[in-house]
Design a protein around this ligand. Structure first.
Ligand SMILES: Cc1cc2nc3c(=O)[nH]c(=O)nc-3n(C[C@H](O)[C@H](O)[C@H](O)COP(=O)(O)O)c2cc1C
Length: 188
């Protein structure tokens, strides 16, 4: 099983990264092959809505997504991590997700249907409803695409190393990684 985590945080070593690393550590402990992709620092430009993907089958833009598209396609489980920015995902994460258009709209094909995904959020607020719009966006988009949302994790953290000092959150992230790989799923 291949698990690929995508971070939409501009902080290369921030809370999102810390939580995603734990999810991947949990998945690795169950035998998964894991990879991390730093979407937050990749050169990924916004979708131009040119619809070329619908006719050509691929995106016309030549940028960092050329390297990232194959990693999305290789994944059995997509782990999407983003900080909450003004109750939504980071601009980097949203830009990345919009570019999935080329994977779901091209010539009537949908290359993402049947994959599993989990959503991980970090946010400064202590209100657990803070990531509701981020999770809602993913939930609805995944339903449309045919991706199975198998888990969500939201963690309060504001300083970039807050999550690293939150033992409970680290354990939850690790367990989520185990669970998505099946064995722990069967146990719970
Ligand atoms: C532009 C910006 C907007 C933010 N908006 C929110 C918000 O709406 N709600 C919230 O709880 N935290 C908000 N935060 C705090 C971040 O979500 C928080 O610091 C998070 O832990 C950052 O994750 P990271 O370390 O992975 O980048 C915001 C931070 C920034 C820089």
């Amino acid at each position: 099983m291949k698990v690929v985590a995508f971070s939409g945080s501009p902080r290369a070593q921030g809370n999102t990264r810390t939580l995603l690393d734990e999810v991947l550590r949990g998945a690795t402990s169950e035998g998964a092959t894991c990879e991390f992709v730093d979407v937050g620092s990749a050169d990924i430009r916004p979708c131009k809505a040119c619809q070329s993907c619908s006719t050509r089958g691929t995106c016309v833009q030549k940028d960092g997504m050329e390297q990232v598209y194959p990693k999305i396609l290789e994944a059995d489980v997509l782990v999407l991590g983003t900080p909450v920015y003004f109750w939504g995902p980071s601009a980097q994460m949203k830009t990345f997700i919009d570019r999935w258009y080329a994977l779901v709209s091209g010539r009537g094909r949908n290359e993402l249907r049947g994959k599993k995904a989990v959503v991980v959020t970090a946010y400064g607020d202590t209100d657990p409803s803070t990531p509701q719009h981020v999770v809602g966006m993913f939930r609805t988009a995944f339903h449309f695409i045919g991706i199975d949302l198998v888990g969500t994790l939201g963690v309060t953290a504001i300083g970039s190393d807050d999550a690293a000092g939150n033992e409970e959150a680290l354990m939850e992230a690790f367990e989520m990684g185990r669970r998505i790989c099946g064995k722990a799923n069967a146990e719970s």
